[in-house]
Design a protein around this ligand. Structure first.
Ligand code: PLP
Length: 381
């Protein structure tokens, strides 16, 4: 199998993840819910995982990171937790449904949302973002990298617009965390949402959000927190404020191992490797006639994603051939990114998304290029 669907979930996890999950399954108590060894060990693992995330994202206080079960839960927590009816929110057409659908619900409750457009290569119209700011604009909610084109958002530029206008900056780092350097303080990010099972190379069921010091976020859920049990209200201190109920300690233990690997390897090394693979892939694919590429033509402006179509074939047909004839895993269709497909003009055809990891090898990339060459020859009208 050649697995090129890492944007959906990474298949090869970091070394040590499997063992860490198994060890936690065999030994973990409930973190924050007891003073015996297994509960304390679990609490220690959870806290160390916050510290490793803080190191990766340049967060000075690890307690500002709350765990959730995925990016979707983190995004719902953030989006439902900071806005009020009457607020105006800026977002983009590049967003995933995990951003769009919570925003649609807010619109139904009286918030106003502007969807900043993108060009045919999926590049955001930043100047339109700046000019869309109004008196009631509260925030910019934006992806760091599109899950369809892989295009990286110029967060420096977006952050300047946010700062200049006193707006909150909420970033969906689902496709960039673990693949591209993130510095929340330097980038002026107020809330960062991430998922653990993609480029962070951890287990599914892990994710979380960082909330800047002093920014209150209303919780999506309340309940057991392990502290202040006689209080009718859920604690407001981070991280408990946004962590009602028992955490996924087993998954977090896996994420702990994954983060140790990423921090030791170095995010710059991972990025360099992925970029070299993407350049190899894109250069190879460009030599095949009848292939339409999407996204920024410069791979250094993208994460490890390349979406394409072969002639005018339905993306599902191509993705199926890749799997059935070559055992190459890709993702066709809409990718939960409806407005991005509208911007690219690919609503009918969808797109075949190839997404690498730094574990992908040069020979796997070469095999994918050859497979596409054969498929194009077979399908050409
Ligand atoms: C850009 C983006 N945002 C949010 C999500 C949601 O992530 P999860 O499924 O882990 O909640 C994804 C996952 O596909 C994504 O690519």
């Amino acid at each position: 199998v050649i697995y090129l669907d890492n944007a959906a979930t990474s298949y090869q996890k970091a070394p040590g993840v499997e063992e860490a999950v198994l060890h936690a399954l065999k030994t973990s108590g409930n973190p924050g819910r007891g003073a015996h060894k297994s509960a304390l060990d679990a609490a220690r693992t959870v806290y160390e995982t916050r510290e490793k995330l803080a190191e990766l994202f340049h967060i000075s206080n690890p307690a500002r990171i709350a765990f959730t079960s995925n990016a979707t839960m983190a995004l719902n927590t953030a989006i439902n937790g900071i806005f009020f009816p009457g607020d105006h929110i800026l977002t983009t057409v590049c967003e995933h449904n995990s951003v769009l659908r919570p925003l649609y619900l807010l619109e139904e409750q009286g918030a106003e949302v502007t969807y900043v457009p993108a060009d045919r290569q999926g590049r955001i119209a930043y100047e339109e973002m700046a000019s869309a700011v109004k008196a009631n604009t509260r925030a910019i909610v934006i992806t760091h990298a599109s899950n369809l084109t892989g295009n990286l958002t110029d967060l420096k530029r977006v952050s300047q617009i946010a700062r200049k206008n006193g707006l909150l900056l909420l970033v969906d780092a689902s496709q960039s965390a673990g693949a591209f350097p993130i510095d929340v303080e330097e980038m002026g990010i107020d809330i960062l949402c991430f998922t653990g099972h993609k480029s962070l190379l951890g287990p599914q069921g892990t994710g979380g959000l960082y909330v800047r010091e002093g920014l209150p976020v209303r919780p999506l859920m309340v309940g057991g927190s392990g502290i202040h049990s006689y209080d009718r209200h859920h604690p407001t201190d981070m991280p408990e404020a946004l962590e009602a109920g028992t955490l996924n300690t087993h998954g977090i233990a896996g994420l702990h191992a994954a983060l140790s690997y990423i921090n030791e390897t170095g995010i710059d090394t991972i990025r360099r490797r992925e970029l070299a693979l993407m350049e190899q892939f894109q250069d190879g694919v460009r030599t095949i006639p009848g292939i339409h590429l999407y996204g920024d033509p410069d791979p250094s402006h993208r994460v490890g994603i390349l979406s394409l179509n072969v002639e005018d074939q339905d993306s599902a047909v191509v993705s199926d051939l890749l799997w059935e004839e070559f055992e190459i895993s890709t993702r066709p269709g809409a990718h939960c990114a409806p407005r991005m497909h509208e911007a690219l003009g690919t609503v009918r055809q969808g797109a075949v998304r190839f997404s690498i990891s730094h574990f992908t090898t040069e020979s796997e990339i070469a095999a994918a290029i050859e497979a596409l060459r054969e498929i194009q020859a077979y399908l050409q009208p």
